[in-house]
Design a protein around this ligand. Structure first.
Ligand code: PHE
Length: 342
C-alpha cells in the first residue's frame, strides 16, 4: 500500500551537512503567513539524520500553531542539529555545529529567528550569535532575555491551574498528585511551581541521575499511566498514543512537550474517555510569548510576564468552548489558529 502523495505544507526547508561540524543541520520554515518564523534550535540524538529532518518538519508546524494561538505576529520554524547514535558531542563539535546553524539561519535574511530548545541554552546562543544576529535568549550580560525555560514553565503553570479549575472546579493544588514526566530545564521548573503550590509531586526522567532531585520517583515508561490528578508531559513528543489512552487514569493532561499526540485522532480518544487534554501548543507558548514580546516588541518584563500568565485565560476559554460545543480542545484550539491565519 503506497501512501498517497501529500501536499507540501512547509514554505521552505534547508538541510545542510554543516561545513564545520559535518553534522546534519536542518532549518524548517512551516509558515511565515503572520510574520517572520520563530522557533528554537534543537540538539538531539536521532537514529538517523532523516529522523531529525522529520522532527524539524513536525516541530516547525507546531510553532506555527503555537505562535498563532498565542496572538504573536510570528510564523513557525524550527532548527534541528541531528546527532548520530554513536557520535560523541565534544565541546568543539558542539561549537562547530552551533556556528554551522548560525550560518544557515543567517541565509534566511531575517525571515527566521532561532532560540534555545531541547539540548541548547542561552550560552549556546552566544556561539550562534557569532554567525547570525537572528537569535534570541542570549544571557542578559550579552543583551538577551536569557533562558526561555523560565517563562515556558510559568505559562505551563498558568495552563495547569486553569485546567484544574475546569476539571476539578478549583485551581487549588494542595492535596493533588501531579506527575511530571521529564525533568529537563522546563519540567524541573514546573515541578518547583507545583510543589510550592502544595501538590504531591511525582517525577520521572530517562536519566536515572535525576532521581537525586529528591521528588517522589516513577519509572519513565510508567509515568503517564501513574494514578494522579494531573499528568504533565515535559519530555519529548509522540508520547500519547491510541494504545496508551485506555491505560491512562489522570483526568487532566497538560504540559510543555511539543507534539505530544502520535496522531490528531488521539485527541478524540482522550475526550471519549473524559480526559481533558490541554493542547500542547497552547500550554507551551510561554517561552515564545515572553521572548518575542521582550526582544522584538520591546515590552517590559512585567507586561511580557502578564501575557505569559494570560495563557491561563486562553486555556479556560478553549476548554469551556470545547465543552459547550461538544468538541475537543484540540479542534477548538485549531479553530483559533485557523481564524488568525485566514
Ligand atoms: N524553543 C521554545 C519553543 O519552541 C522557546 C522559543 C520560541 C525560543 C521561539 C525562541 C523563539 O517554544
Amino acid at each position: 500500500h503506497q501512501p498517497s502523495f501529500s501536499r507540501m505544507e512547509h514554505e521552505e526547508v534547508k538541510v545542510r551537512r554543516g561545513p564545520r561540524s559535518g553534522l546534519p543541520v536542518v532549518v524548517a520554515i512551516h509558515s511565515r503567513a503572520l510574520g517572520p518564523a520563530a522557533g528554537g534550535i534543537r540538539l538531539r540524538r536521532y537514529p538517523d539524520w532523516r529522523d531529525g529532518l522529520a522532527d524539524a518538519l513536525r516541530l516547525s508546524e507546531a510553532m506555527t500553531d503555537k505562535n498563532a494561538a498565542a496572538g504573536l505576529d510570528f510564523g513557525g520554524g524550527k532548527t534541528v542539529i541531528a546527532l548520530g547514535p554513536g557520535t560523541e558531542l565534544t565541546p568543539s563539535l558542539r561549537e562547530a555545529a552551533l556556528l554551522d546553524v548560525g550560518e544557515l539561519i543567517e541565509s534566511f535574511g531575517g525571515t527566521y529567528f532561532g532560540g534555545p530548545d531541547v539540548g541548547t541554552g542561552p550560552d549556546d546562543m552566544v556561539v550562534v550569535r557569532r554567525s547570525t544576529s537572528r537569535v534570541f535568549c542570549l544571557p542578559p550580560e550579552h543583551g538577551g532575555t536569557g533562558s526561555s525555560s523560565i517563562p515556558t514553565a510559568l505559562g505551563v503553570f498558568a495552563a495547569l491551574r486553569a485546567g484544574a479549575r475546569h476539571v476539578f472546579g478549583s485551581a487549588e493544588l494542595t492535596g493533588r498528585t501531579v506527575v511530571i514526566s521529564g525533568l529537563g530545564s522546563v519540567g524541573a521548573l514546573v515541578a518547583q511551581h507545583v510543589a510550592a503550590a502544595g501538590a504531591r509531586v511525582v517525577v520521572s526522567d530517562v536519566d536515572p541521575a535525576k532521581r537525586a532531585s529528591g521528588y517522589e520517583w516513577v519509572d519513565p515508561e510508567k509515568a503517564l499511566r501513574t494514578p494522579a490528578d494531573i499528568v504533565v508531559p515535559a519530555a519529548v513528543g509522540g508520547v500519547l498514543s491510541a494504545e496508551l489512552v485506555p491505560e491512562l487514569s489522570a483526568p487532566l493532561i497538560v504540559g510543555p512537550a511539543n507534539n505530544q499526540l502520535t496522531s490528531e485522532t488521539v485527541a478524540d480518544d482522550l475526550a471519549a474517555r473524559g480526559i481533558v487534554w490541554v493542547p500542547d501548543f497552547i500550554a507551551s507558548a510561554g517561552g515564545a510569548v515572553y521572548t518575542l514580546l521582550r526582544e522584538v516588541e520591546g515590552l517590559p518584563h512585567e507586561e511580557a510576564t502578564a501575557r505569559v500568565e494570560a495563557i491561563g485565560t486562553t486555556v479556560s476559554e478553549v476548554l469551556a468552548s470545547a465543552r459547550d460545543k461538544e468538541t475537543t480542545p484540540l479542534r477548538e484550539a485549531r479553530a483559533r489558529v485557523a481564524a488568525r491565519l485566514a
